[in-house]
Design a protein around this ligand. Structure first.
Ligand code: 0A1
Ligand code: ZN
Length: 872
C-alpha cells in the first residue's frame, strides 16, 4: 500500500489562476549529460483571482533548481517540495528568472524533455512542462513564448520550437543556436522543442486567402521515403478545414516531426506537431491500408487542433473533451469525406461499442467531463475522445449541418485566444441555433451508457403504428441515479419491399425523434402494412438498443435496409443472436438464415467492397464478451470459431470466386477503390484459411510470397498464422522477420500478428517475444504490440482458466511502472474489467490487482486505476 495516498483533484475546486504570464523567454543549453533551462517569466497578478492568494506557487517535478531571481535579486523566501515551488508575498507585477538543470537522457517516462533515438524532443501535455522548468502549468495560463535552443551543431543540426525562426547562428565550441518566436498566446502544454540529426521533406500549401505556408516534415534519414502520405494528408486536411469549417492556418510554417519513442499517437504542439513514428511514416512496401488510413486521420486530427484546442483551448483538464471530443468529431467527418461515410461510421461505432461501452460499464467509468481525477494522464480515454465525439455528433444531428456550422463559427469567434469549458461550447451552439440544450448537457456530466428499450404495435384497422421507447442508464461510480438524457433517435419504417414509408405530411421517410423523457410513444398514421422498423439509424446516439427482433427481420434488414450502417448492424445482430443461442444451448445447429445472408452479401456486386468485407466479419470475441455477463471466454471463442468453420465450409465456392474476382491492381495506390478490393479479398482469404482448407493454404502462401505491397503481405501472413497449417505459419513468420527486421514499424506489426493470435499467441510465445532481440522495454510501441495487444485482443490466452495470463500482465505492469507510469497504467486496464467474467477468471484477475496494489512505490497513475478497480 502507498505510504501517502495520492490527492484527488476536483472540478468543483476550480479557481482562476492567481497570476498570469504574458511572456515566456526560454533558453535551452543542451548537452549529453543534461540540459540547462533558463526561463524568464513576465508575471502579473490576475485581476480576476481571489485577492487572498498572495504567494506565487509554481509547479515543478524532477528539477534541480540552480537559481531563482526576482526583478534582478536572488529570492530568499521560497519553499520547494517534490511538486511545487512557493515564493512568498510577491508584488503585483515582476520578472522571474529561473534556471533549472534537467536530465533528458535519463527521462524514461517520456514526459517533459527526453531523448529518443539520439534526438531531444518534448511532450508537455498534460503536465510535462513542469518537468522542464518551474511554471504555473495549467492550460488557462496562456503566454507568448520565445525559445532559444543551443546545442552541438554536428550532433544536432536541426533545432526546432513553436512558431517562426527569428534568429540563428554559430556559437563557440562547435555549437549553434536557433531562436523561435510564437506570436500566438498558448498554454504550456502546447510548448515543443526538437533537436536532432534529421532530414527535412518540404512542401507548401496556399491558403484560401492566398498566403503560402511552408510545410516541413523532419525524420531520420532512413525514413526519408516515408513522408509523402503524411504531407499529402496534411494538405487535404488544411483544405478541408477551410471548406467545411472556414478555418485557415495562421502561422507561416507547419512542421511535423517523427519520433520512435512516444507514449501516445501524436501531439498538436503549436506549429510543431510531434508524432509517434508508427502514426506518420508510410510507404506501400512497409505500411498497410489500415496504417495509411490511420495516418490520414491522425495527421488531420492534430492539424484540426490548431483551432479546436490551440486557438481555443481548455480552461482546466476536466474540459479535455472540449478539444478532444470536438476534434475527433472533426477528424471523423474528414475521414468520411475522404472515403466511404458508411464504412467510416461502421468502424467508428464498432470500436465505440467494443471498447468505450466496456469502459462505461467498468470501475473507471467517468463522465465525458469528469468530476475528479488523481492523475490526469489516466483520462485520455475512449470516453473523453470517442464518446465526446458522439456527443458533438448528436448536437450536429439535432441542429443540422447549417446551424451547427453557425454554432462553430460563433464558438471560434467568441473564444479565440481563450481557455474555456464544454459549457461554453454548448452555449455557442445554443446561441447560434436558438435551441435549448440544457437537458442535453447531461451527456457531459453523467457517465454510463444509456439503454433504449423499444417495443411496437401495429393497428391494421386504424392503419397506425406505434413505437414505444423507454430509456434507462445503469449506475456508475459517480452516481447511482440518472436523469433522462436528451437523445436523437433516427428512425425509418420499411415496407415489405424494403422501401421506406412516408412518415409525415412533408413526405419525409426518416425522422429524428427526440427522446427527453423516460418513456415516449410515437404514433405513425396512414400505415397500411406492418412495417419493419429501422432504428437508431447511423447510430444516431451512443446507446444500447433493445428491440425484440426476429431473425427474419434481421435477415431482411441485412439485405434491404437503405441505411448502410443499419444494414451492417442487422447482420451483426443476427450473428450475435446465433452465437448466443448456440452458447446457451437454445440452438444446436447454425441457423441457415445467417449463412444465406452471408451468401447474399457476397453475391451483391452493387455493394461497396469495403462494406462487404465488414459485413463478412463476425463480431469479435471482445465484443461478444462485452455483451455477456459472467463471460466464459473459451466457450465464446469456440462457438465463434464453429461459426467461422461452418460459414467458410458452406460458402467455399463463393469465397474462392470472390477471391479471384478481386485480384490486386498494380501499382499500389491508397485510394478507396483499391483498398476496398484488398480488404474484401483478404477477408475472404482469412475465412478460407481459418478452416484448414487446402486451397486456402495455397492461396495464402502464394499471396505471401508474391505480394507487392504490405497490406497483401501482412494479411497473407495473418491468414496463415491464424490457421491450422503449422509448418507454414512458422515458416512465414520466420521469412517475414528476415525480410523486415531492419524496419521497426514492420517489426511492430510482426509482434502484433503473433500476440493477438489465438492460434500461436499463447503465453509461451508472448513470453518469448519479450526476450526477442527486437523487443525493447524503452519503446512504448513494442510494449503495446506485445503486452497490450495480448491482454487487449487475445482474450483466449489472456483469460486462461489457470490465471497465468493475468499473472503475466501483472508482472509486466509492475516491471514497467517505475520507468513509465503512463504506460503501466494503460496496460493494466484489461484487469479492471474483472467483474465481467466467470467466477474463476474474476477471482484471479482481482487477486492480480491486489498483488499490484501491495507492491511498493506505485506510481500515482497506476495507483489510481488499480485502486478504483478494486473499490466496491
Ligand atoms: N493531445 C494529443 C494526445 C496526447 C495526450 C497526451 C500525451 O502525452 C504523452 C501525448 C498525446 C491528441 O489528442 O492527439
Ligand atoms: Zn487530440
Amino acid at each position: 500500500m502507498k505510504a501517502e495516498e495520492p490527492q484527488t483533484v476536483y472540478l468543483r475546486d476550480y479557481q482562476p489562476p492567481a497570476f498570469l504570464i504574458d511572456y515566456v523567454d526560454l533558453r535551452f543549453e543542451l548537452f549529453e549529460d543534461g540540459a540547462r533551462v533558463h526561463s524568464r517569466l513576465t508575471i502579473r497578478r490576475n485581476p480576476e483571482a481571489e485577492p487572498d492568494q498572495r504567494d506565487l506557487v509554481l509547479n515543478g517535478e524532477d528539477l534541480e533548481l540552480e537559481s531563482l531571481v526576482l526583478d534582478g535579486r536572488p529570492v530568499e523566501g521560497f519553499e520547494a517540495d517534490e511538486r511545487t515551488l512557493r515564493i512568498e508575498k510577491v508584488a503585483d507585477q515582476f520578472l522571474l528568472d529561473v534556471v533549472t538543470w534537467i536530465r533528458p537522457q535519463d527521462n524514461t517516462c517520456l514526459e517533459g524533455l527526453y531523448k529518443s533515438s539520439g534526438m531531444f524532443c518534448t511532450q508537455c501535455e498534460a503536465e510535462g512542462f513542469r518537468r522542464i522548468t518551474y511554471f504555473p502549468d495549467r492550460p488557462d495560463v496562456m503566454a507568448r513564448y520565445r525559445t532559444r535552443i543551443e546545442a552541438d551543431k554536428g550532433a544536432y543540426p536541426i533545432l526546432l520550437a513553436n512558431g517562426n525562426p527569428v534568429d540563428w547562428g554559430d556559437l563557440d565550441g562547435g555549437r549553434h543556436q536557433v531562436t523561435w518566436e510564437d506570436p500566438f498566446p498558448k498554454p504550456s502544454y502546447l510548448f515543443a522543442l526538437v533537436a536532432g540529426d534529421l532530414v527535412e521533406q518540404r512542401d507548401e500549401f496556399v491558403t484560401g486567402s492566398g498566403r503560402t505556408v511552408e510545410l516541413s516534415m523532419y525524420v531520420e534519414a532512413r525514413n526519408q521515403d516515408k513522408c509523402d502520405h503524411a504531407l499529402s494528408s496534411l494538405k487535404k486536411a488544411m483544405r478541408w478545414d477551410e471548406e467545411v469549417y472556414g478555418r485557415e492556418y495562421d502561422l507561416d510554417r507547419f512542421m511535423i516531426v517523427a519520433v520512435d519513442d512516444f507514449n501516445m499517437g501524436a501531439m498538436e504542439n503549436k506549429g510543431l506537431n510531434i508524432f509517434n513514428s508508427s502514426c506518420v511514416l508510410a510507404s506501400p512496401e512497409t505500411a498497410t491500408d489500415a496504417t495509411y488510413e490511420q495516418i490520414e486521420s491522425i495527421v488531420a486530427h492534430e492539424y484540426f487542433h490548431n483551432w479546436s484546442g490551440n486557438r481555443v483551448t481548455c480552461r482546466d483538464w476536466f474540459q479535455l473533451s472540449l478539444k478532444e471530443g470536438f476534434t475527433v468529431f472533426r477528424d471523423n467527418q474528414f475521414s468520411a469525406d475522404m472515403g466511404s461515410p458508411t464504412v467510416q461510421r461502421i468502424d467508428q461505432v464498432n470500436m465505440l461499442r467494443t471498447a468505450q461501452f466496456a469502459e462505461d460499464a467498468g470501475p473507471m467509468a467517468h463522465p465525458v467531463r469528469p468530476d475528479s481525477y488523481i492523475e490526469i494522464g489516466n483520462f485520455y480515454t475512449l470516453t473523453v475522445y470517442e464518446k465526446g465525439a458522439e456527443v458533438v455528433r448528436m448536437i450536429h444531428t439535432l441542429l443540422g449541418p447549417d446551424l451547427f456550422r453557425e454554432g462553430s463559427d460563433l464558438y471560434f469567434a467568441r473564444h479565440d485566444g481563450q481557455a474555456v469549458t464544454t459549457d461554453d461550447f454548448v452555449r455557442a451552439m445554443e446561441d447560434a441555433s436558438g435551441r435549448d440544450l440544457s437537458q442535453f448537457r447531461l451527456w457531459y456530466g453523467q457517465a454510463g451508457t444509456p439503454q433504449l428499450r423499444v417495443t411496437d404495435s401495429f393497428d391494421a384497422e386504424g392503419r397506425s403504428y406505434t413505437l414505444s421507447v423507454e430509456q434507462s442508464c445503469p449506475p456508475t461510480p459517480e452516481a447511482n441515479h440518472k436523469t433522462p438524457f436528451h437523445i436523437p433517435f433516427r428512425v425509418s419504417l420499411l415496407d415489405s419491399q424494403g422501401q421506406p414509408l412516408v412518415l409525415d405530411a412533408e413526405g419525409n421517410t426518416e425522422q429524428v425523434l427526440e427522446l427527453t423523457e423516460q418513456s415516449h410513444r410515437f404514433l405513425f398514421t396512414g400505415i397500411s402494412e406492418r412495417p419493419t422498423p429501422s432504428l437508431l439509424r447511423g447510430f444516431s446516439a451512443p446507446v444500447k438498443l433493445e428491440y425484440p427482433w426476429t431473425r427474419d427481420q434481421l435477415g431482411f434488414l441485412c439485405s434491404h435496409d437503405t441505411d448502410g450502417f443499419n444494414r451492417w448492424d442487422a447482420g451483426q445482430k443476427l450473428a450475435i443472436d446465433v452465437i448466443q443461442s448456440l452458447l446457451n444451448g437454445h440452438d444446436t445447429a447454425v441457423d441457415s438464415r445467417l449463412i444465406d445472408a452471408f451468401r447474399e452479401t457476397l453475391a451483391d456486386t452493387s455493394l461497396d467492397r469495403a462494406m462487404v468485407a465488414r459485413m463478412l466479419t463476425l463480431p469479435s470475441v471482445s465484443y461478444l464478451t462485452e455483451l455477456t455477463e459472467e463471460a466464459d471466454v473459451a466457450a465464446i471463442h469456440q462457438t465463434r470459431q464453429r461459426l467461422v468453420d461452418e460459414l467458410a465450409g458452406a460458402l467455399r465456392q463463393d469465397l474462392l470466386e470472390c477471391y479471384h474476382r478481386n485480384a490486386p491492381e498494380d501499382p499500389y495506390r491508397f485510394d478507396p477503390e483499391q483498398s476496398a478490393a484488398r480488404a474484401l479479398r483478404n477477408m475472404v482469404l482469412k475465412l478460407l484459411t481459418a478452416t484448414g482448407d487446402d486451397q486456402g493454404r495455397t492461396l495464402a502462401t502464394t499471396q505471401f510470397e508474391q505480394a507487392a505491397n504490405m497490406t497483401d503481405e501482412l494479411e497473407a501472413l495473418r491468414a496463415l498464422v491464424n490457421s491450422p497449417f503449422e509448418p507454414e505459419r512458422e515458416q512465414a513468420l520466420t521469412r517475414f522477420y528476415q525480410r523486415w527486421q531492419h524496419d521497426p514499424q514492420v517489426v511492430e506489426q510482426w509482434f502484433a500478428v503473433q500476440s493477438e493470435s489465438p492460434w500461436v499467441g499463447d503465453l509461451n510465445r508472448v513470453t518469448q517475444l519479450l526476450e526477442h532481440p527486437a523487443f525493447d522495454w524503452k519503446n512504448p510501441n513494442k510494449i503495446r504490440m506485445v503486452v497490450g495487444v495480448f491482454a487487449g485482443r487475445n482474450l483466449l490466452h489472456f483469460q486462461r482458466s489457470d490465471g497465468a495470463g493475468h499473472r503475466f500482465l501483472g508482472e509486466q505492469v509492475r516491471r514497467l511502472d517505475a520507468r513509465n507510469p503512463q504506460m503501466s497504467a494503460a496496460l493494466v486496464r484489461p484487469l479492471a474489467r474483472w467483474r465481467q467474467y466467470a467466477p474463476h477468471l474474476r477471482d484471479s484477475m482481482r487477486s492480480e490487482l491486489q498483488n499490484i496494489m501491495a507492491s511498493k512505490d506505485l506510481s500515482r497513475d497506476l495507483y489510481e486505476v488499480v485502486f478504483k478497480s478494486l473499490k466496491q
